[in-house]
Design a protein around this ligand. Sequence first.
Ligand SMILES: Nc1ncnc2c1ncn2[C@@H]1O[C@H](COP(=O)(O)OP(=O)(O)OP(=O)(O)O)[C@@H](O)[C@H]1O
Ligand SMILES: [Mg+2]
Length: 415
Amino acid sequence: MMQTNKTLGGSQYIPSLPRVSIQVFCETSDLSAAIQGATSDRRMDKVHLKVQMGGGAAAVEAYRHSPTPNVIVLETVSSRNEILEHLDSLSEVCDAGTKVLVIGHVNDVLLYRELMRRGVSEYLISPVSSVDIINSLSSLFSASDSPPVGRSIAVMGTRGGVGASTIAHNLAYTIARYINIETVIADLDLAFGTAGLDFNQDPAQGIAEAVFAPDRIDANMVDRLLSRITDFLSILAAPATLDRVYDFNEAGFDSLLEVLKNTIPMIVLDVPHVWTAWSRRLVINADDIFIVASPDLASLRNAKNMLDTFGMVRKNDNQPKLIMNMVGMPKRPEISVAEFAKNLDMQITSVIQFDPTLFGAASNNGQMIAEVQPKSKVAESFMELAGLITGRTEIKAQKKSLLEPLISKLSKKKA
Ligand SMILES: Nc1ncnc2c1ncn2[C@@H]1O[C@H](COP(=O)(O)OP(=O)(O)OP(=O)(O)O)[C@@H](O)[C@H]1O
Ligand SMILES: [Mg+2]
């Protein structure tokens, strides 16, 4: 709906925003002042907010080479055509999930219609108050028909010890650090998980508190259980103690996953190498699956079985991606990557070499590969994978944006 300036009473319920990134491009100091007012609101606590001047033109410039956030807010004081041109340029670089909110200075129905046609989420008419802004931003995520903000990626090994957790942690770290997407690692290996060790953290509480009290799980509880690692990364660590056993039923992680998906944009599930009702369900229900395999016969057989099993129930989902790890171990006879690809009838997404010096140093220091050796081939591989997951590489050229189908329809009509 086009919103005119309405005063929202303090009594109106506005849900808090999830941990999303929002970038605002103002043209007037009035709007930047209103945004400043919104940033100190408790409902905006979790948001990564960036404000700059320059309106649509600045936004087009900003996203030529960098990722688009969850929400872009554009102020426009100029003509109808100018903002539409800016939106069309933006649509070429916008990630599929990015929402756009436009704040204009005229009550222009034609403009409104054109904006909606281009997939813009909302058009607000200036002047807007801080509460108007919080309300509009919040409703982008809390409306009953809005999809969950979080995307889950399950990482599972074909055997024990193939490096699935190492890859999950490095991948999450890379997405958070270089693409600035708020990311959480859920360590699902409750008895033996290493997320805490790998990030040099020893949190008192973590994932066990949540899954042993499924009725009490909500966003506040999860917030409390997260250990912050970097600006954009946190972990839900495993207790890694053996004083109890960790048998869960099939739906044991459902409530936790639901809360995570409603609050955090990127969820990396570090799934142990077990085949139980809950692990199967977690992987099958993930938005994307990464299978980590070592170059041996058992891994090849298991990868095939995993691909067949997941494929059967995920006919309309992305195909799992296969990462080969620890390739090229000296003196070890290996099945070649080409042979793997041929037998599985799929492309191998990434090949990571066996490098005990680098991985050993990272592991013993509680650091990630990008911290130990940022220029290494392995760090580069994680960058590529992070780019692949988030659509931030060459593949971007082929990627359809939210606005694109609408725009191509429009231009077809014109022709
Ligand atoms: N490419 C590699 N080269 C050398 N060492 C590696 C490589 N990848 C991982 N490692 C090391 O292998 C060990 C096991 O890795 P990790 O714990 O990630 O495996 P996993 O598949 O999660 O095992 P688990 O089955 O216990 O969950 C770690 O010490 C890690 O540092
Ligand atoms: Mg593991």
